[in-house]
Design a binder for this molecule. Structure first.
Ligand code: MF3
Ligand code: CO
Ligand code: CO
Length: 260
C-alpha cells in the first residue's frame, strides 16, 4: 500500500476542486423534482462542470463509465448510470455523486436528495447515514486510525438496525481518483493505518435498510443494487488531515465545516 501525503500546494488545489464539487451539488439540488430523468440531471451537471466551472467530470469514460455523474435511486447502492428512461417519482430517494478534476486534482462528494415527499422510513435511513459520515469525520486527526473510522460508522448504523455495505469503500484521492488507502466503513478500533497530516481521502458510507448484501448488474457492468431490493443511502466527502484535525474539502454551506 502506498499512501501519499500531499504538500500544502497540492492541498490548496484540492481545496479548489472540492469547492467546485460542492458547488455543483448545490446547483443540481433544485432540479431534483418528480418527472425529471436522471439523464437530464447528468446533462445539467455536465454543462455546468465543463462550461461554467471549466473543469472535468471525472466519471465520464472512467474505466468505461458512460456518463458524467452517478445517480443512484432507492435500492441502487452506488454507480447508478443516468438514463433518459429513469424518471424520478414522488417519494424516491436519490444519491447524486459528483467528482470533478480541476488543475489536475480531484474533489469527490455525494449527497442524498428527496424527490418530493419521502416516506418516514426513507427519511430516517438518509438521516442516520449522514450521521455515520459526520461522526466519522469528527474523529479524523493525526494519530487516529482507519479502523476507528470504520468502527464508528458500523456502530451507528447497526445500532439503528441498518447494515453496512462491504464491497465498496472510501479511498485516497488527489491527482488520482482512487488511490490508497482503502477506507472501509466497518472495522475495529485501534487497527489499520495511522492518519498523518496531509493525507487526503474520502469517507462514503453506503448503509442499507435490510441486508448488507449487494448485486452488480451484469448487463451494464456498473449498477450496484441491494440484494434484497430494499433502500440504500450514501453520503460522501473528501477530507484532508490537518495538524490538529480535519478539513472537509467538499463542505457545503450549512455544514459545520464550511468556510465561506
Ligand atoms: N464517485 C464514486 C466514488 O465515490 C466513483 C464513481 S466511479 C464511476 O468513488 F465510474 F462510476 F463514475
Ligand atoms: Co469516492
Ligand atoms: Co463519489
Amino acid at each position: 500500500m502506498s499512501v501519499t501525503v500531499k504538500t500544502p500546494d497540492e492541498i490548496e488545489r484540492m481545496r479548489v476542486a472540492g469547492r467546485l464539487t460542492a458547488e455543483a451539488l448545490d446547483m443540481i439540488v433544485p432540479h431534483v423534482q418528480p418527472g425529471i430523468s436522471t439523464a437530464e440531471l447528468d446533462r445539467i451537471c455536465h454543462d455546468y462542470i465543463t462550461n461554467t466551472q471549466q473543469a472535468i467530470p471525472a466519471p465520464l469514460n472512467y474505466h468505461g463509465f458512460p456518463k458524467s455523474i452517478c445517480t443512484s435511486v432507492n435500492e441502487v447502492v452506488c454507480h447508478g448510470i443516468p438514463a433518459d428512461n429513469k424518471i424520478l417519482r414522488n417519494g424516491d430517494i436519490i444519491n447524486i455523486d459528483i467528482t470533478i478534476i480541476k488543475d489536475g486534482y480531484h474533489g469527490d462528494s455525494s449527497i442524498m436528495v428527496f424527490v418530493g415527499e419521502p416516506p418516514k422510513h426513507a427519511e430516517r435511513l438518509v438521516k442516520v447515514t449522514q450521521e455515520c459520515l459526520y461522526r466519522a469525520i469528527d474523529i479524523v486527526k493525526p494519530g487516529a486510525r482507519l479502523g476507528d473510522i470504520g468502527h464508528i460508522i458500523q456502530t451507528h448504523a447497526e445500532s439503528n438496525h441498518y447494515s453496512v455495505v462491504r464491497e465498496y469503500c472510501g479511498h485516497g484521492i488527489g491527482r488520482v481518483f482512487h488511490e490508497d488507502p482503502q477506507v472501509l466503513h466497518y472495522g475495529r478500533p485501534n487497527t489499520g493505518l495511522v492518519l498523518q497530516e496531509g493525507m487526503t481521502f474520502t469517507i462514503e458510507p453506503m448503509i442499507n435498510l435490510g441486508s448488507h448484501k449487494t448485486k452488480l448488474n451484469k448487463r451494464d457492468g456498473w449498477t450496484v443494487t441491494t440484494a434484497d431490493g430494499r433502500l440504500s443511502a450514501q453520503w460522501e466527502h473528501t477530507l484532508a488531515v490537518t495538524a490538529d484535525g480535519v478539513e472537509v474539502l467538499t463542505a457545503r454551506p450549512g455544514e459545520p465545516w464550511f468556510k465561506g
